[in-house]
Design a protein around this ligand. Sequence first.
Ligand SMILES: Nc1ncnc2c1ncn2[C@@H]1O[C@H](COP(=O)(O)OP(=O)(O)OP(=O)(O)O)[C@@H](O)[C@H]1O
Ligand SMILES: [Mg+2]
Length: 507
Amino acid sequence: MTNPPLIRMHGVTKCFDKVIANAGADFSLQQGEIHAIIGENGAGKSTLMKILYGLYQPNGGEIYFRDEHVRIDSPRTAITLGIGMVQQHFTLIPALTALENIVLAKEPCRFKTLLDTATAHRTITALANQLGFQLDLNAKVESLPIGVQQYVEILKALYHGAKILILDEPTAVLAPQEITGLFDCLRGLKAEGTSVILITHKLSEVMAIADTITVMHSGKSVASLPRAETDTAELSELMIGKRIFNDLPTQKRSDKPSEPMLHLDNVILHAENGRALLDGIALDVFPGEIVGIAGVEGNGQAELIEILTGLRKSDSGTITLNGESFANRSPAEVRRRRVVHLPSDRHRHGISLDDRVDENLILGSHNRSPFCQHGLLKRSASQKFADNAIEKYEIRAGGVSLPIRTLSGGNQQKVVVARELENDPELIIAAHPTRGLDINAGQFVHQQLIDARNRSKGILLVSADLEELLTLSDRIAVMYNGKIVGILQPSATDEAELGALMLGGSI
Ligand SMILES: Nc1ncnc2c1ncn2[C@@H]1O[C@H](COP(=O)(O)OP(=O)(O)OP(=O)(O)O)[C@@H](O)[C@H]1O
Ligand SMILES: [Mg+2]
């Protein structure tokens, strides 16, 4: 006989105006299990978990904690029940240190007023060691790589007493090695009786770690299955209905033009402390080519993108675009040269959260024809562009006039992708373009990149997903310690070799 569930959500509904995010969803969690929630973008996963964490109040349905009816009216109440959540978009305060963020709202006080930093530091260091996290607690959060920020979020939840840890797409921001580390940590937590709820789009992860899997579709839970009794084929069918994936056309171009579209030679960038962030980068992207960049986060990929998109200036080196100098251009000039950027951190660079969906869709082109004529904004043009993008990219939004923050994480990403790719780009700089997208949407974006390649555009694809790089790229450059340590043909390499190079090994 199975034990009564630790948590039971029954018939939960949640509406935002006319949008029904949860339509009578059920969910049961056993103590000490790792429970995955999967489903398409906009299926209602984050909303259901935000209700469990007290961030939203449901319009209907009940929640039971150890068979007792509870009302979780705020995260504070959730925390008293031992429920902690790491949200899809982190909620840390960038200007505070990791330690300050973790203890926020639960400062251990000496003499009632002073923060007893030493005690907090000791407790949290012990917790971090136990979980195998390596981080500098005194570093400002804004200076930490996103994978480490996630550790801070997890430590925060556990420090506040979470025995039920909800993680909303934690692996979307992690490199493969980091995912292994996170999963080891989750298994350790499970062994101690902590229950974990994990939202993810990657079925391989689900099969690797989950005990139970709940599939959501259109705001409802359509199945809840033990992992041992299902497989990826069944799960994909449950997630997307009867639709069948198309195989990507993987044919690559054989006729290589003689002149590169983008050419970098000996590009150098130093940090303020003198450390080389980019150490003599030489790289070409030819028209009609997808060049993949592999690397563990923090090895220069972000700086390379910043330099190419005008967010940062290089110290020296040559950069040309179609034969003309392209070094140290402003972001506006980069745009004029039709170089588009799909940023990895869309909340920082990709969108303006409080602005309308249609405004976000034309961000960057809003002051140009056809959206602006004689200094006047042409609503009808932006409306038409937005309607078209929403249909083509299957963006699920309650309406184009709503603020973009009301869209699900994956749908926000689709807005960025649509805006950039519909801009008739010459060169596409795509950083983790399918992060947070469901299987279908991810495949759609892959198809768009392949189509752009076949139209002789250039594509620089930075990704932590080696499978994505191996499938799409014509060549893969591996970055380590600010250098390109190898350029490989996907057909002549594999994940193991790339992984070794990424960690500083040699070919
Ligand atoms: N605050 C809000 N205001 C209006 N609509 C919302 C709000 N939050 C969510 N929605 C809508 O509810 C639906 C479900 O969103 P939710 O974020 O739960 O999806 P999800 O399954 O987490 O998707 P994803 O995989 O893209 O993160 C979406 O259509 C979304 O637009
Ligand atoms: Mg979500």
